[in-house]
Design a protein around this ligand. Structure first.
Ligand SMILES: Cc1ncc(COP(=O)(O)O)c(C=O)c1O
Length: 374
């Protein structure tokens, strides 16, 4: 049987990892500033992470959501404390798209309304509801077409006001920082204005922090740079450092009812253990602070870089928009200098490294970049 070929692959197979290093099957070493798409938050094979998951696997790997699971409660308490939303409730699932799907559903249950406002160039996942709120016709099947979603331009409060005034909106969904689009930030004025408009029109503000959350931008969630509070926050990616887990944080104003949401695998013992290990490491190693510090270094190192049209982002969620003559640099960084990076189209290189990335590694990347762009 062949694989259903939906991914464009590089001809490299990493078989081993340690922190921000990867090795392929021939022993060649790479530096990972991509983190498997913002997933590796605490480094590959961190010893504490490996130990906790291995020990849990030897005790109990899985049981369903029909029984008590104190790991879920521990995770909710730890996460609430560390992210500043300790009065919220946690629902656990398995991926980012599933988190957004559930968030939209909760908003609709709570408000009794069906419409959702999302933003141009947004990416919220590939399942039905999530992809309908994603502004990319290439990944929306005819089946996903719905009249319930409208798109407004990012950072245009007047356009949002106009749309919401038509009525029937359950939610506005927005990424903490748009990732797949190429790293575009909502302004402070916009995100605060959005909060006020949601209150005015009686709809919920959903912050998709799946890529921008978990400490990546130098705060636990990107929207916390602006002091705004969301009604629902979605997360996945860095939450499990590669072990599939997603979650949604839900405001105390929203009440649960039995059967409203559910999943077989969500919040299983191994997934919760992985997420607890990640929180331990983020906490013990002060990784949110490290993300801010190394992000600051990159900002300075790339200011006035001749290969760049624009530097965008915060902390370790960075978009490097290339001038036309440097398109192709990402492949050169990989094949000549052995640095993995992400991309958004041909023109934007995305840096999404583990929050453990060291100053030395950051400098080695900047040096490699400068050598290639002399
Ligand atoms: C902002 C955002 N939302 C949702 C998703 C979907 O997450 P998943 O691929 O885990 O379904 C992604 C994935 O890239 C994302 O960046």
């Amino acid at each position: 049987m062949n694989l259903f070929e939906v991914y464009k692959l590089w001809d490299i197979e990493p078989v081993r990892g340690l922190d921000t290093k990867l090795w392929d099957k021939d022993g060649a070493e790479y530096t990972d500033l991509y983190g498997g798409h913002a997933v590796i938050s605490v480094g590959h094979c961190h010893p504490h992470y490996v130990k906790m998951i291995s020990e849990q696997l030897g005790k109990l790997g899985f049981y369903s959501n029909a029984v008590q699971n104190s790991l879920q409660r521990d995770l909710a308490q730890r996460l609430g404390r560390i992210c500043g939303y300790d009065d919220y409730s946690l629902f656990l699932c398995n991926s980012g798209a599933e988190a957004n799907e559930n968030a939209l559903k909760v908003a609709s249950f709570h408000t009794g309304k069906a419409r959702v406002l999302a933003f141009r160039k947004a990416f919220h996942g590939r399942t039905s509801g999530a992809v309908a709120a994603t502004d990319n016709p290439k990944i929306q099947a005819p089946f996903n077409a719905t009249d319930n979603i409208v798109f407004a331009p990012l950072n245009d409060l007047e356009a949002v006001d106009n749309e919401l005034s038509r009525g029937g909106f359950a939610a506005v969904i927005i990424e903490g920082i748009q990732g797949v689009a190429g790293i575009y930030e909502p302004t402070e004025e916009f995100i605060n204005g959005l909060r006020l408009l949601c209150d005015k029109y009686g709809c919920l503000l959903i912050l998709d922090e799946i890529q921008s959350g978990y400490g990546r931008t130098g705060k636990f969630f990107a929207h916390q740079h602006y002091g705004v509070r969301a009604d629902i926050i979605t997360m996945a990616k860095g939450m499990g450092n590669g072990f599939p887990i997603g979650g949604i944080l839900i405001s105390p104003a929203i009440k649960a009812s039995y059967g409203m949401l559910g999943t077989t695998f969500g919040g299983n013992h191994l997934a919760c253990t992985a997420a607890l290990a990640v929180l331990d490491i983020i906490d013990n190693e002060h990784l949110v602070e490290n993300a801010a510090k190394i992000g600051e270094y990159f900002t300075m190192a790339f200011c006035d870089d001749k290969a760049l049209k624009e530097y965008r982002g915060k902390g370790l969620m960075i978009g490097l928009e290339l001038r036309d003559e440097y398109v192709g640099l990402r492949d050169r960084l990989l094949f000549e200098k052995h640095f993995f990076t992400g991309a958004a189209g041909a023109q934007v290189i995305r840096l999404l490294p583990s929050l453990t990335v060291s100053q030395e590694t950051a400098e080695s990347f900047v040096n490699a970049w400068k050598e290639l762009t002399l």
